[in-house]
Ligand binder design. Structure first.
Ligand code: GLN
Length: 490
């Protein structure tokens, strides 16, 4: 059961080979056994999970089951879920029980899925190692001395350790793809606007996008069918026809190699200095495998992508400083126990409620938006953001998808980069440009590097090309077995 695909689980549930209550209990037992060591979940509520499982069983018995009915998923703790503690990894929200569901959560509920628990994450999704979480670091299931990546590190660890069937993440600068790579799973950040941000606690609104994290491209496609869709409560939600993300998954050129005709662009900037040799080797083998599958390779250039980290660290903090102003100790969340007047209450609540990285971002953001610096930093960064997006538009005249490493290294040791924010920021050097451009990007496992840690292959598509990307990933997963490897001893 633990290694079954979502499609197999759905079929087993509908055939009544297993009930949703049994499957949910199976995962809850595994969580009880392994979560104390991994710290992948912040909140568990077995009673609520089992109640949903009983409802799912009733729906199955009534013959009204959908593809995901009765399957237990974990939800990143950035999504508001009615009746669930929703912390966003912060002390600021340590006591916030959400009175409503995020759009993503209500889509899973409507599908009859079970919410197994809320997964750990970097505080307000700011981080690349899960070490900024108020609830403690998450351990990488492949080596518990190493980070799982971040910010969706709890989700990545839970999926890799088989502590849920699959789970959700969010990606502002790489937070789905980088932890997926470091934990040896698959993850997809959709085109900006495809999944509603309603009820997803905001970090940098023009970059934030939710997406699925799972063990295979096939599973990602089924989750996208539930997660995507127009929602009028998010002003950036795109009004598009409902699509079946699995429609092309098995597409294969008949009579020849399955991916004949596919043109893969390799940006020279992604294979330059800074990329670890073991990661480069695994990614190059993956490209060789794609050639065997019939794809051709084109050398491309994304000349402005080298500016994506500095541009991101102006724009994301600017948006964060504005978004996080709502946490003031008045309406919800943490309030300092002692204060003299209103201003003092704001100051103390924010000083005590936010961690160091969040404060650093709020200060940078406030600075770059302030009078006198706005033109020099914020406006300048917005202009370069446009140039970065244009590089991709140019590149897609020559290729269908872009490939490269997801992250420059495999999972690093806990504490290794803790004192050096810039080193930490560089672990998203290949993922950030995709968010700045609003493009879809994914990471799939493509081998192992030094110390036997997983390596991720990044696949970047053109706008709304998720179905093709999932096909490209699936064909690779039919030909290789990296995605089905599991950490030892779990
Ligand atoms: N690691 C990046 C950051 O710290 C990206 C985080 C994210 O995608 N949420 O901002």
């Amino acid at each position: 059961m633990l290694n079954s695909s979502l499609q197999q689980l759905g079929a087993a549930l509908r055939a009544k080979n297993i009930s949703s209550v049994e499957l949910t209990q199976l995962y809850l037992d595994r969580i009880a056994q392994h979560n104390p060591g991994l710290n992948a979940y912040i909140t568990l509520n077995p009673e609520m999970s089992l109640a949903q499982a009983r409802e799912a069983d009733a729906r199955i018995a009534a013959g009204k089951a959908g593809a995901l009915t009765g399957i237990p998923f974990a939800q990143k703790d950035i999504f508001c879920a009615k009746g669930w503690l929703t912390t966003c990894g912060s002390k600021m929200l340590h006591n916030f029980v959400s009175p409503y569901d995020a759009h993503v959560i209500s889509q899973f509920n409507d599908a009859g899925a079970v919410n197994l628990g809320k997964t750990n994450m970097d505080e307000f999704a700011m981080g690349s190692s899960n070490e900024t979480s108020y609830y403690g670091t998450v351990k990488n299931p492949w080596d518990t001395a190493r980070v799982p990546g971040g910010s969706s590190g709890g989700t990545a660890a839970a999926v890799a350790a088989r502590l849920c069937a699959a789970a959700t993440g969010t990606d502002t600068g790489g937070s789905i793809r980088q932890p997926a790579a470091l934990c040896g799973i698959s993850g997809l950040k959709p085109t900006y606007g495809v999944v509603s941000r309603y009820g997803m606690i905001a970090f940098a609104s023009s970059l934030d996008q939710a997406g699925p994290m799972a063990r295979s491209a096939e599973d990602l496609a089924l989750m996208m069918n539930v997660m995507a869709g127009f929602d009028e409560r998010d002003s950036t939600s795109l009004q598009r026809d409902k699509e079946d993300y699995a429609r092309e998954i098995n597409k294969s050129v008949s009579g020849g190699k399955p991916l004949t005709g596919l043109r893969i662009g390799l940006p020279k900037e992604f294979f330059a200095e800074g990329l670890d040799g073991d990661v480069a080797k695994a990614v190059e083998s993956a490209i060789a495998e794609y050639r065997k599958l019939g794809a051709s390779v084109v050398d491309i250039s994304l000349p402005n992508s080298r500016l994506s980290v500095p541009v991101y660290y102006v724009l994301a903090p600017a948006e964060a400083s504005s978004n996080l102003s709502r946490f003031d100790g008045v309406r919800y969340g943490y309030r300092a126990p002692e204060y003299s007047d209103l201003a003092d209450m704001y100051e103390k609540s924010r000083a005590q409620g936010f961690g160091a990285e969040v404060k650093r971002r709020i200060m940078i953001g406030t600075y770059v938006l302030s009078h006198g610096y706005y033109d020099a930093y914020y406006l300048q960064a917005q202009k370069i953001r446009r140039l970065i997006a244009q590089d991709f538009t140019e590149a897609y005249k020559q290729c269908d998808v872009i490939m490269g490493p997801t992250s420059p290294s495999t999972a690093f040791k806990l504490g290794e980069k803790g004192d050096d924010p810039v080193q930490m920021y560089l672990s998203d050097i290949y993922t950030i440009a995709v968010n700045l451009a609003g493009l879809p990007g994914m990471s799939i496992p493509c081998g192992f590097g030094a110390n036997n840690m997983p390596v991720g292959l990044q696949i970047i598509g053109n706008y709304f090309d998720e179905a093709r990307m999932l096909n490209v990933a699936h064909q690779y997963q039919l030909a290789t077995d990296w995605h089905s490897r599991a950490p030892q001893g779990l």
